[in-house]
Design a binder for this molecule. Structure first.
Ligand code: MIG
Length: 840
């Protein structure tokens, strides 16, 4: 008997280790449908096997499918991922035939075939099938029994299978060490600490069970909101079917219909939450190391940045700033006066970010007669019973950096509040951001989670186990941190960075891609990963510039900056036991190249910040794959060595050593080589030069890029925007510049300024229209400039009909130079019309 159990146990381990071993054939299919009832927002179908399927129409393009197997749906319907629960009532109709039930909205037709029970989504206007079940939803009766032994609280394996389109492509799933297009790939979600991961390693740190399907330009999205270990198989071993499933919970998914990819991504943000704006300085350059200490070394690194005229906004303190790795403490020898240090750095425009791990050092009482352990965080948490416990009531004691430790049960809202408030230990000293690491949660005893399986979490009173809660641990820790910072500093936008996550994390935290390798594969992978994260609801992404593990070199570091100088999170970071890689470590030649790109990043800040605000408002990522902007162009479907920033800037980085030219695909339209200003025709592959100091970049014809001044740190100078105009075929171009105070949450109440600039050309003249700005924020007195490429240098310029003269020094007026015609006007916050005629 014991042996049998043991064998069953090992089989199970093998099964769970490999998604491919999930054999759909042994699963039991749901249905058929025998009856249904109608609710205001959808229907509930009862099946002959006792299963229930609920379809809820949240809006014309968004339908939720929720299924329980062999029993009724539970009343409890809570998800940590969902931000928007109440949707305005949607218009929909229902009709039935002997074979099917049909729900119809303006955008979607959902046919539910009764026998077998198959769900089909069609475009309501064209009738075209967008997505259809390949077989009925299914579950594993046997597996339930197996799990009783493995983890009694884990549920039944549940899965849905969909037909795989012959030319269907897949995107999303958040943080995966994989290329952009996931077609024929297979993935597992189980948050894992995976240092030195390389392409193909799966799972890694995060779980974002959301993907986008694209075929013939038509997109849909599926968000499988289930936090158990989940599987996504995009036809890895089948030409006909894809499937997704999880080791417990309901088969609960949301179906988004585009047909545009932008719409799907945007609606996913509506459902799971929009990223709030972080402070603007987080777009500045950041520097980290495991670990900079003592304080004098931190100051030296910052001094080096300033001495070398390299911009810098933040420096990160890794785990060694703490007293014996005790979170919320400072090592008094290394950092005797954290506030003094932080104040001195602040004078140089540099902020401090500290790492905070979930492990709270578990130490025993200092004396036999006292109950105090001498560590206030542990004392308070023990007293209030906020730490995780095993089912038998024992404290769960993993081993992490402090040695034996305990973890907070972040599913408990009181515990979250307490944890958030503990951050006073940092904010009182002036710390500006919190970096959450090890929150998979990692446990040195066992990285697979096996040691934690019987840990019970409060989970809204449902008292569930690790199988359900592991993947949301980081999300809830980030929520606790974000909300704590909000309470501690209501006038400041919180800045949190996380390694692990679940869907919805963007409401609380930005992210970085963990322990990458300092090699070319790692660099190439970062482009796919940033693009994919952007399509998965996480716009604020970045990687350790130069890579975390192994040895970088000057060439690799320069090329890495040529990617990350446009990523939202631009931070050079390195492991403890490796070579230094600050920008100057490989000599002047490379340092000069890195300086060029860091300075360009700062000059592009108005553009980056405008695009970031767009991410906040629309959910569309700043850093994006071309397929998001050009879903009708099949040439973009697998393009993962180019990326775009917003709609206007295309970058084709060099991701291999010793390469000084490369092929670049330009989608349809007119493009301008950023460096030479050469005008190029799109919808073709071109060959361009890419010496080490040049990353090929192209501006979309029709764009206007807003630039700002050269700065050492964000806010050093008044932003006097310079709009560089790149007309399309018709001579038109437009942009909207977004500005606010960069620090406070006042932008949420209208304290921003959005200025539209549009350009039109006719035979006689070029007209530049500047709108009266939207929003109440006013940047103070300043000028604005407009740059137009032009061959001649004699012009007739007027503003609102009054002639404008040639500029004297830096005064308002027009001037010509190598970049063309520059017109500088006073920005008085009013609408203006600039007209330019050429004198022949
Ligand atoms: O077990 O805090 O990904 O950025 O430097 C390693 C030390 C723990 C992992 C993070 C890395 C950080 C390191 N941490």
């Amino acid at each position: 008997m014991k042996l049998k159990l043991l064998i069953a146990f090992f089989c199970l381990l093998i099964l769970s280790a490999n998604g491919e071993a999930q054999d759909l054939n042994r699963l039991v299919k749901i249905g058929p449908a025998i009856a249904f009832s109608k609710q205001p927002d959808g229907i509930t179908i009862n099946c002959s096997d006792g299963s229930q399927v609920q379809l809820k129409v949240l809006s014309a393009d968004l339908v939720r499918v929720r299924t329980s197997f062999a029993r009724n749906l539970e009343a409890n319907d809570h998800s940590w991922a969902i931000a928007k629960e109440a949707w305005p009532p949607a218009q929909w109709t229902i009709s039935e035939s002997p074979t099917a039930i049909t729900l119809k909205t303006d955008e979607l037709t959902v046919n539910i075939n009764r026998t077998p029970l198959l769900i089909e989504f069609r475009d309501a206007k064209t009738g075209e099938v967008i997505n259809v079940d390949q077989q009925p939803m299914m579950y594993d009766r046997e597996r339930t029994l197996n799990n009783m032994m493995f983890d009694p609280a884990a549920g039944t394996f549940v899965a849905a299978a969909k037909k795989l389109g012959l030319n269907e492509h897949f995107y999303g799933l958040g943080e995966k060490a994989a290329k952009l297009d996931k077609r024929r790939g297979s993935f597992v979600n189980w948050n894992s600490d995976t240092p030195g991961y390389s392409e193909g390693k799966d799972p890694i740190y995060q779980t974002i069970p959301f993907y986008i399907g694209l075929e013939r330009g038509r997109c849909y999205g599926i968000f499988f909101d289930n936090s158990y270990r989940s599987y996504f198989n995009f036809g890895f071993n089948s030409q006909e079917r894809i499937w997704f499933g999880a080791e417990g919970g309901e088969l609960n998914y949301y179906f988004f219909y585009g047909p545009s990819m932008k719409k799907v991504v945007s609606r996913y943000a509506d459902l799971t939450g929009h990223m709030p704006l972080p402070p603007m300085w987080t777009l500045g350059n950041q520097q980290s190391r495991w670990s900079y200490y003592p304080d004098a070394l931190v100051e030296q690194v910052v001094a080096e940045y300033r001495r070398r005229d390299l911009p810098l906004d933040a420096i990160h303190l890794d785990i060694d700033y703490m007293d014996g790795y005790r979170v919320f403490t400072w090592n008094k020898d290394r950092f005797p006066d954290p506030k003094g240090l932080i104040d001195r750095l602040a004078k140089q425009g540099v902020k401090v970010v500290t790492i905070v791990d979930p492990g709270v050092k578990y130490q025993t009482a200092q004396t036999a007669s006292s109950s105090s352990t001498g560590y206030y965080v542990l004392d308070q948490g023990l007293e209030k019973n906020y730490f995780q416990r095993r089912r038998n009531g024992d404290l769960f004691i993993p081993r992490v950096w402090p040695g034996e430790s305990v973890f907070v049960d972040y599913t408990n809202s009181d515990a979250r509040r307490w944890w958030g408030d503990l951050h006073r230990a940092y904010t009182d000293q002036g710390v500006a951001g919190i970096w959450n690491d090890m929150n998979e949660p990692a446990d040195f005893v066992d990285q697979s989670g096996k040691n934690q399986l019987d840990v019970v979490s409060y989970d809204e009173g449902a008292r569930t186990t690790h199988a359900k809660n592991r993947n949301v641990f980081a999300l809830l820790m980030a929520k606790a941190t974000y909300e704590g910072l909000q309470r501690l500093q209501p006038d400041k936008r919180p800045y949190v960075i996380t390694r692990a996550a679940y869907a919805g994390v963007q409401r609380y935290s930005t992210m970085w891609t963990g322990d990458t390798n300092s090699n070319w594969e790692g660099l190439a992978l970062s482009v796919s990963m940033f693009s994919t994260l952007g399509l998965s609801g996480e716009p604020f992404v970045g990687a350790d510039v130069g890579g975390f593990m192994g040895r970088a070199n000057g060439e690799l570091l320069a090329r890495a900056y040529q990617v990350s100088f446009l990523a939202p999170f631009c931070r050079n970071h390195k492991t403890i036991d490796s070579y230094d890689q600050e920008p100057w470590r490989f000599g002047k030649y490379y340092e000069d190249i890195i300086r060029k790109y860091l300075k360009l990043r700062y000059r592009l800040l108005p553009f980056l910040y405008t695009t970031l605000e767009d991410s906040h408002r629309t959910g569309l990522p700043l850093f994006r794959p071309l397929v998001l902007n050009y879903p009708d162009d099949e040439s973009t479907y697998n393009l993962d060595d180019e990326f775009m920033i917003g709609d206007d800037l295309l970058v084709a980085p060099v991701l291999k050593p010793d390469v000084v030219r490369r092929l670049v695909y330009l989608p349809k339209g007119v493009w301008y080589d950023y460096w030479t200003r050469e005008k190029l025709q799109g919808e073709q592959m071109i060959e361009v030069k890419a010496p080490l100091d040049t990353v090929p970049m192209f501006v979309r014809g029709g764009a206007i890029l807003p630039f700002g001044p050269d700065m050492k740190y964000v806010g050093e100078k008044t932003l006097e925007p310079e709009f560089v105009i790149y007309p399309d075929e018709k001579g038109t171009a437009q942009t909207k510049l977004y500005e606010d105070d960069g620090i406070s949450p006042a932008y949420l109440n209208g304290a921003f300024r959005r200025t539209s600039v549009s350009v039109a050309t006719d035979r006689q003249q070029v007209s530049i229209r500047i709108s009266a700005p939207e929003g109440s924020y006013r940047p103070g007195s300043r000028t604005m400039s407009f740059v137009l490429r032009s061959g001649t240098n004699n012009f007739r310029v007027s503003v609102d009909g009054r002639p404008l003269d040639r500029a004297v020094a830096n005064q308002p007026g027009w001037s010509t130079g190598p970049s063309g015609l520059t017109i500088r006007t006073i920005d008085d916050g009013q609408a203006h019309l600039i007209q330019i005629g050429q004198l022949h």
